[in-house]
Write a protein that binds this ligand. Structure first.
Ligand code: CAA
Length: 259
């Protein structure tokens, strides 16, 4: 898959999407969003891809939406124009397989919001997170006001959104914005390790587990539990359920086929 602003690589069932506009600190313009949407759609449909990693450079994951592209926009442009950022983020969030954001350096504005559509976030100890949109006279417009409070709680999210301040990786870990912090030179290896732990699991179970969490968050608890039970029941129709339980009884690792 050849793109201009991202690099997509697939190795042993693990795909990585690397943001690649280093001259502007991986600022996200419409081209990046369109390419992210296209890549996510293709990787979602590729059954050989078990896990997807989204990453950036060593010094910057992404410094946010491209301010030069937004600077001259009018309210009408923004309200009525295409919404490539929202489409791209939805395509990533809805991928029926685990998505890991692997973050080194700055993850700001739309860059931070991009990490929020991943299922888990692993950060290098040099990572810095923030939603500085307020300092530009706007608000986080790619899901930050919605996904961040759901992840870290309303008060903490509002503090970040209202102040525009950056927080370091250890603080991001403390407030639950990231799952794990590792030394910068080990980020790639640690991300691969996490990806492999997901990749060996059954693809159908992963898909339904992700769906149960994501869809359940949009429902009240009763409806969510009902939906979880439907997903749970469905898995008893898979070969992987038979294999998983047989392997447990035989005291050996399961070999899942994804069906
Ligand atoms: N958009 C466009 N260009 C950007 C950019 C962005 N978000 N962030 C950095 N750049 C460009 C700079 O203009 C600069 O270009 P030139 O070399 O041509 O001048 C180049 O990248 C290097 O940046 P700096 O010189 O500023 O690098 P620095 O190391 O001094 O500072 C930084 C790094 C703290 C990340 C700083 O660049 C910065 O604050 N960037 C903007 C962060 C921001 O406000 N993000 C939110 C964007 S709005 C948004 O994301 C809306 C939304 O919700 C979707």
């Amino acid at each position: 898959m050849a793109y201009e602003t991202i690099i997509v690589e697939i190795e042993e069932g693990i795909a990585s999407i690397t943001l690649n506009r280093p001259e502007v600190l991986n600022a996200l313009n419409d081209k990046v969003f369109n390419e992210l949407e296209e890549a996510a759609t293709k990787l979602a449909a590729d059954n050989d891809v078990r896990v997807v990693i989204i990453t950036g450079g060593e010094k910057v994951f992404a410094a946010g939406a491209d301010i030069s592209q937004m600077a001259s926009s009018t309210a009408v442009d923004v309200a009525t124009g295409e919404k490539p950022s929202l489409r791209a983020f939805k395509a990533i969030e809805n991928m029926p397989k685990p998505v890991i954001a692997s973050i080194s350096g700055f993850a700001l504005g739309g860059g931070c919001e991009l990490t929020l559509v991943a299922d888990v976030r692993i950060a290098a100890d040099n990572a810095q997170f923030g939603l500085p949109e307020i300092k530009l006279g706007i608000l986080p417009g790619a899901g930050g006001t919605q996904r961040l409070p759901r992840l870290i709680g309303i008060g903490r999210a509002k503090e970040l959104i209202f102040s525009g301040c950056f927080i370091a990786a250890d603080e991001a870990l403390r407030i639950g914005l990231v799952n794990k912090v590792v030394p910068a030179d080990q980020l790639s290896a640690e991300t691969q390790k996490m990806a492999k732990r997901f990749a060996v699991q059954g693809a159908v179970a992963l898909r339904l587990a992700k769906s149960a969490v994501n869809e359940g968050l949009r429902m009240d608890l009763e409806a969510g539990l009902e939906y979880e039970h439907k997903c749970f029941s469905l898995l008893f129709a898979t070969e992987d359920q038979k294999e998983g339980m047989k392997a447990f009884m035989e005291k050996r690792p399961a070999k899942f086929l994804g069906k």
